[in-house]
Ligand binder design. Sequence first.
Ligand code: NI
Length: 176
Amino acid sequence: MVLDVIKMGNPILREVCQAIPVIDITNDEVQTFIDDLIDTMREKNGAGIAASQVGQLQRIFVMECDHNPRYPDRTDFALTVAINPTIEEFGEAMVDSWEGCLSIPGLRGMLPRSAKVELSAYDRDGNQFVRTIEGFEAVVAQHELDHLNGVLFVDRMKDMKYLTFQDEYVKYWLNE
Ligand code: NI
């Protein structure tokens, strides 16, 4: 089921989400919620979505990039469901990341992100995993983890001249 996505200005987006007891991960309620998050991400062409964006203060995000029309220039990556995620080892290399957000519709902004990170989390079966990821996938993981801590991409911007509307991003910056 596709859920409503709340937008910047809604105080829920600034709250810190709560960890899910591992024993609850396989409960019907949590499993249905994960399905709903995936449906919502895909319907709205997000590369990821965090639980707080649909008003649930739980530490879950999902991410996927499969020929996403909102990110035509990015590398695809497979679906990941991350529960109680942490990003433990940030590499030293940084990238200039142009990001959008389903909770900040119509805008893009550029900010620094780690190029390569180690993501640890539980999957939807309740199994722990640790994966080193890089490129767009690493950027999305950092963006979604920020949501679980009440942080939005605009908070991490260093220069507001790189906050643009989507059309202007495509016109002036996409092929830079
Ligand atoms: Ni977002």
